[in-house]
Design a protein around this ligand. Structure first.
Ligand SMILES: Nc1ncnc2c1ncn2[C@@H]1O[C@H](COP(=O)(O)OP(=O)(O)OP(=O)(O)O)[C@@H](O)[C@H]1O
Length: 366
């Protein structure tokens, strides 16, 4: 049997990337083809390390080689990932950050910061480079959730400009207004001053190359939200809500705000936090304390993806208080819930990036 590189590519051109609806060869996702007798190996470059379709794509590649070349071929599919971006190298604001994702909730206290901190951790665990900006100036809780509440970011000079170095914890680069203004002084940050300080803080941080920068926005719909998402080209926003009526009503206002024509930030999805309570000793029991399926209905109403349910469990609260996000070492249900959210969000980012017209890359000095 004489297998050629062309034959391998031809076989793989029959495999469609399920989300992007184009074949792997057209999408330039096939690399490093190697052929040795009846052994064939190649690398598939995924659009995110958090790709939930990894195993499905691997299986389809193996099947395609067996079907189009020979059943007896020994196939090795290696997987790597290069996170896609439509902003990489095209914008003077954070040009080395591939995707900026804002996390918003209409109502306070729905667990936005908890979800954000676990999301950052889950993406990092998948192999992505992640930064986290805690823009919740009225109650910056990210430093506590990452055990760095006494963090004092250092400043370094780059090309004559003072840049802030983020504090790194558990592999995530973190900047919080809490590092600058202790909680008791948060009241000094008001309106335009807060917006200006935040935007400057964001741009003056030496993030380095990032696949995802998550911004934990303050609760509600304020000038700060508008200034931030207009100052930084944002890939999209994730809406966090609980199933409760009052939380949903505020989440609706949030979605409507981001969708205003002059704002026009894509809503990447909705996640329902505190979806149900599960006691540790009865893991199969679900109690719908705040109501049921409200987040799902919200996503249906606005035609945006529903990215999952996060249970109300003690581990999640404890993780936040102890400075280690629960996705790091909680029980399987909690870990799966946050990993599923990270995969779903990364998938929506990849789909969005693929649907954007390719912008001309411009060289920008950082
Ligand atoms: N799924 C969950 N299970 C258990 N506890 C949770 C869960 N989500 C959030 N919490 C707890 O609820 C409280 C509020 O969460 P968090 O600070 O994340 O909310 P927030 O929406 O960011 O609040 P704010 O409006 O102040 O920014 C915290 O004590 C957190 O530990």
């Amino acid at each position: 049997m004489n297998i050629t590189q062309e034959a391998v590519l031809k076989a793989l051109s029959t495999v469609e990337e399920p989300d992007l609806k184009k074949d792997l060869v057209t999408l330039n996702m096939v690399d490093k083809i190697s052929i040795d007798g009846n052994k064939v190996s190649f690398t598939i470059i995924l659009t995110t390390p958090a790709c939930p379709l990894k195993e499905l794509i691997r299986k389809r590649c193996e099947d395609a080689i067996h079907e189009h070349i020979n059943k007896k071929v020994e196939v090795t599919v290696n997987m790597t990932a290069e996170v896609t971006s439509t902003r990489f190298g095209t914008t003077p604001v954070l040009p080395k950050v591939k995707n900026v994702i804002a996390i918003a909730s209409g109502k306070g206290g729905v667990g936005k910061s908890t979800v954000t901190s676990n999301l950052a951790m889950a993406l990092t665990k998948s192999g992505a480079k992640v930064g986290l900006l805690d823009a919740d100036i009225y109650g910056p809780s990210i430093p506590t959730m990452y055990g760095v509440e006494n963090g004092k970011p250092e400043v370094t000079e780059v090309d004559g400009k003072n840049m802030i170095l983020p504090i790194e914890s558990l592999g995530v680069k973190i900047i919080s207004m809490g590092f600058l203004a202790p909680a008791e002084n948060a009241v000094v940050w008001r309106g335009p001053m807060a917006s200006k300080a935040l935007t400057q803080f964001l741009g003056d941080t030496l993030w380095g190359e990032l696949d995802y920068l998550l911004i934990d926005l303050p609760p509600g719909t304020s000038d700060i939200h508008l200034t931030l998402v207009q100052a930084v080209p944002v890939t999209g926003v994730l809406i966090v809500t609980t199933p409760q009526k009052v939380a949903l009503a505020d989440a609706i206002k949030g979605v409507a705000m981001f969708r205003q024509p002059q704002i026009n930030v894509p809503v990447l999805g909705v996640v329902e936090n505190m979806a149900y309570f599960t006691p540790a000793e009865l893991p199969d029991n679900k109690y719908y304390i705040f109501g049921k399926d409200g987040g799902k209905e919200l996503s249906r109403r606005f035609g945006v993806p529903f990215l999952g349910e996060i249970p109300l469990v003690q581990d999640i609260r404890e993780g936040g208080d102890n400075g280690v996000p629960a996705v790091q070492d909680a029980d399987e249900t909690t870990v799966k819930a946050f990993e599923g959210l990270a995969q779903g969000l990364a998938q929506q980012v990849a789909i969005r990036n693929a649907s954007q017209p390719k912008t001309q890359k411009v060289e920008i000095k950082v």
